[in-house]
Design a protein around this ligand. Structure first.
Ligand SMILES: [Zn+2]
Ligand SMILES: [Zn+2]
Length: 313
């Protein structure tokens, strides 16, 4: 297949043959689902990928999974195949459908002996447990959450939290979305990634909470669902108030916080591979170290440098 995306950032180099497992001194980010709103399989989206939000972060023998979108199914299958499914921690940005729809299809959920920790910010009006149970109720889904919930622990974090999950230190901040959502910063061995999806910028200023969270991070994964023209209503209806952002606003945050690399994420379900590539090029014109988040791509951050591993899984 022709590669339509000039994916590798200037500071990365492709490495097709090396073992993709993380050495103990590296922070590794691997994308399993990068799409927003709704899965979008098809020939036009095959390169970027059609699964909704799911990102695996590992370091020092610890792992956290960011969001449980449809990309979680394949990750669950791989964890089982590797024999690494006994303890998993999922950090949910929020509980909109595209961020939790993969959970009922996460194989470790149905395996005795596997313990699953589900973490989120506050969920107004309901507990996290009850929200997740609500999508697994007959006749919507054949297996009720109660069948598996004995192996599941839910945790709702306060607004600004700092928690260690094994070797990984996780810090949170509240973002701007129609329902409550939080961003996660994960630090390990002097490296850091911030996951900030489903957030809408305020035109003319950067989000001070997000800038503080991102300060000096190696990677910012940012909601770039709309082009600036779409956002402002110059193409179709205005997207103001819909809870999502643009690559331009991502660049503003990245610059203000001295972030090294920006990964555009939560691609619109209608966005073709060619259109994602075009948006990346536009972003690189103002922030050269931009990449598109896409399935099967890993970013590895080691002590002195990092590389982008483009090997398919
Ligand atoms: Zn979303
Ligand atoms: Zn959302």
């Amino acid at each position: 297949m022709q590669e339509p995306l000039a994916e590798t950032a200037p500071t990365t180099r492709p490495d097709h043959d090396k073992d993709r497992r993380a050495p103990a001194d590296a922070l590794v980010v691997r994308f399993w689902g990068v799409r927003g709103s709704l899965p979008s399989p098809g020939a036009d989206t095959a390169v970027v990928g059609g699964n909704t939000a799911c990102v695996e972060v590992t370091g020092g023998g610890s792992r956290v999974i960011l969001d449980a979108g449809s990309g979680l199914r394949a990750l669950g299958d791989e964890l089982v195949a590797r024999g690494e499914h006994e303890r998993t921690t999922l950090l949910l940005s929020h509980v909109h459908w595209d961020h939790v729809m993969g959970l009922p299809f996460f194989a470790p959920l149905y395996m005795s002996g596997s313990a699953i920790q589900l973490v989120s910010g506050a969920v107004p009006g309901m507990s996290l447990h009850d929200v997740l149970a609500a999508q697994m109720v007959k006749p919507l889904f054949p297996v009720p959450f109660e069948v598996v919930s004995s192996r599941v622990r839910t945790v709702e974090l306060p607004e600004r939290a700092r928690v260690a999950f094994g070797a990984l230190t996780v810090t949170t901040a509240v973002l701007n979305h129609p329902d409550p959502v939080i961003a996660y910063r994960i630090d390990y061995a002097g490296r850091s990634v911030v996951y900030a999806t489903d957030t809408e910028h305020v035109e003319g200023r950067v989000d001070a909470r997000l800038v503080e969270l991102c300060r000096g991070a190696d990677l910012l994964i940012y909601d770039a669902q709309y082009t600036p023209e779409e956002y402002r209503g110059e193409v179709g209806p205005s997207k103001r108030g819909w809870g999502h952002s643009t690559y331009e606003a991502g660049v503003d945050v990245a610059r203000a916080a001295s972030v090294k690399t920006l990964a555009l994420f939560h691609h619109d379900p209608r966005r073709s591979d060619a259109q994602v590539s075009e948006i990346v090029q536009r972003s690189r014109a103002i922030f050269p170290s931009t990449v598109a988040a896409r399935e099967a791509v890993s970013l590895r951050f080691e002590a002195a440098s990092y590389r982008c591993d483009l090997a398919p899984r």
